[in-house]
Structure formats: structure tokens, C-alpha cells
Design a protein around this ligand. Structure first.
Ligand code: AMP
Ligand code: ZN
Ligand code: FE
Ligand code: FE
Length: 275
């Protein structure tokens, strides 16, 4: 039986593995397909595809967009996107700039809290190409000894309700879903149990949502079943993946949870029907 992992980050967003390294690990895990789903960023897709040519590994071009609804963060995955679309790339460029500005603001807030030896440039040096995010800032907080783990950095400083947190302008879920549809992609509600706002699902379906991420690390059988039932109710596809982030997110392992490759076939069918 073939398996897939449809939720992976590279170091173009906030993981610690490069696309080529990620491909190597996926091959070793015996996966048939993986999706590159960096935060607001598509630069990792081509290098992953390049590396995967050496193996029998399929790369699905994807993205994970951050959206916001009534102050709650909602993540929308997009699969089989046209990642070369010019208007799309311009949109992502704008988000990238917003993300960079926000690092300056968070560094400022940290200074007010007495964390006086971190500069925004330290964070940018770590993040390199692609998008910058809180995970990079968390790693710097750890490196400079202010915390001993990345999760402590979120808890103490930059988590959504922590003192140095700075929000950013986010798309609405409607805009995120439409952005993905506009580039021929299939929009999927990422880890729906995390925002835990199931009441939003019918609204998202109205905007063109095509799937729910039901297989996700830590989701017990009961949660998987719950979202599979909702997917059946609203005619949505099922997806899943590890949300792998390398060393940044403790405990995420490529290929866990197991996601049957059949789901990829169903995504492809849906993509072809859209054409
Ligand atoms: P951002 O998009 O810059 O707001 O950062 C969000 C990212 O930070 C998420 O995708 C996670 O990778 C990471 N993150 C959020 N909360 C935590 C946490 N408690 N521990 C570790 N990483 C986290
Ligand atoms: Zn992340
Ligand atoms: Fe997410
Ligand atoms: Fe993710």
C-alpha cells in the first residue's frame, strides 16, 4: 500500500530542512507522494521537484495560507496550484513584506519586556529566503538563552495571547479560498480541530472549499471520524499530513500520521474535473 504526506514545510518557510533534504527523508519513509505546503510561499516547490526526479516520488505543489476570521487564525491549504501565476506571486510578495515588518514590531515589544539582545536582522539571517515567521524568532529566543524550547518561546513571549505577540494583516478565509481557486488549486481547511470552529465549515464550502485535513498529528480516531463525517456531509475530500517543521516543531515526523495514497487520486480527480 502506498502512502502520502500532504502537509510539509521547508526552510523556505519555517522548517529546518531544505526541499532536497525533505525529499530524501520522504524517500526513506517510503512515501509515494508529498505536498510542499510552506506558509504563504511557493519557492520550495521547484527545488523539491528537481530532487524528486531522481526517485519515484511525486511532488504536489501546494501552499498554506494564513487567514483570519473574527480574530481567530484559520489556515487554508491549497493543492495543485499554479505556483507560477504572476498575480498570485505578487500577492505572496505583499504578504512577505507584511511578515518582515511584523518581525521589527515583535523585536520592539521584546525590548520593552527586557529582551534587549535581539535584532530583526538576526531573525532574517536565520530565515533566509522565502517567508519569515514567529518560529524563526522563537529559535533566536532559544539561541540567545531566553527560553529553553521553541514552545516555551511561544508560551512566554510570542504565542497568540503572549505579551510580545503582534498580529499581522491576514486575508479573510474567503480571500484565501478564492486565491487558491484562482490559481486552479483545491482549497482545504487545515487542521480544523485546532481553530475548532466547525460552524465555519458550511460558510467555507460556500466560498469553494474542497476538503478537510482530517489526518493530523495528535488527532485521535474520534476526531478523525468527526471530520470525516462532516466531509461526507458537505461533499468534501479528505486530506492529511504531518505538518512537519524539522527541529522547530518537536515531535513531528514525516509520514506520520499515515495517509493513504488513494486520497491523492481523489484530489487529482477533483483537479481534473475543475479544468
Ligand atoms: P506565523 O505564521 O509567523 O504567525 O507563525 C506560525 C507558526 O508558528 C506555525 O505554523 C507553527 O509552525 C509555529 N507555532 C505556533 N505556535 C507554536 C507553538 N506553541 N510551538 C511551536 N511552534 C508554534
Ligand atoms: Zn509553521
Ligand atoms: Fe497550520
Ligand atoms: Fe503547517
Amino acid at each position: 500500500m502506498k502512502f502520502a504526506d500532504l502537509h510539509l514545510h521547508t526552510d523556505f518557510s519555517d522548517s529546518t530542512l531544505s526541499p532536497a533534504e525533505l525529499v530524501q527523508v520522504a524517500v526513506n519513509a517510503d512515501l509515494g507522494a508529498i505536498a510542499i505546503t510552506d506558509h504563504d510561499c511557493v519557492e520550495g516547490i521547484c527545488p523539491a521537484q528537481e530532487e524528486a526526479k531522481k526517485f519515484e516520488l511525486e511532488i504536489i505543489p501546494g501552499i498554506e495560507l494564513t487567514a483570519e476570521k473574527d480574530g481567530k487564525e484559520v489556515h487554508i491549504l491549497g493543492y495543485f496550484i499554479d505556483y507560477l501565476d504572476k498575480v498570485f506571486l505578487e500577492k505572496l510578495e505583499k504578504i512577505k513584506v507584511i511578515r518582515e515588518k511584523r518581525i521589527f514590531d515583535m523585536v520592539e515589544k521584546l525590548k520593552e519586556l527586557g529582551v534587549d539582545d535581539i535584532e530583526a536582522q538576526d531573525v532574517f539571517d536565520l530565515s533566509g529566503m522565502g517567508t519569515v515567521g514567529r518560529a524563526h524568532l522563537a529559535s533566536i529566543l532559544k539561541k540567545k538563552g531566553w527560553v529553553s524550547t521553541v514552545s516555551e518561546a511561544f508560551r512566554k513571549y510570542i504565542g497568540n495571547s503572549s505579551p510580545a505577540y503582534v498580529g499581522k494583516f491576514n486575508m479573510t478565509p474567503e480571500q484565501a479560498i478564492k486565491t487558491i481557486l484562482d490559481v486552479g488549486g483545491l482549497p482545504v481547511f487545515a487542521h480544523p480541530h485546532n481553530p475548532g470552529e466547525d460552524n465555519l465549515i458550511p460558510e467555507f464550502v460556500g466560498y469553494g472549499l474542497k476538503g478537510l485535513e482530517v489526518y493530523y498529528p495528535g488527532y485521535p480516531e474520534s476526531i478523525v471520524k468527526h471530520y470525516a463525517n462532516l466531509a461526507a456531509k458537505y461533499g468534501l475530500l479528505l486530506t492529511g499530513g504531518s505538518d512537519f517543521h524539522g527541529d522547530v516543531k518537536e515531535g513531528s515526523v514525516i509520514g506520520i500520521p499515515r495517509v493513504p495514497y488513494d486520497l491523492v487520486e481523489k484530489l487529482k480527480q477533483a483537479k481534473n474535473e475543475k479544468r
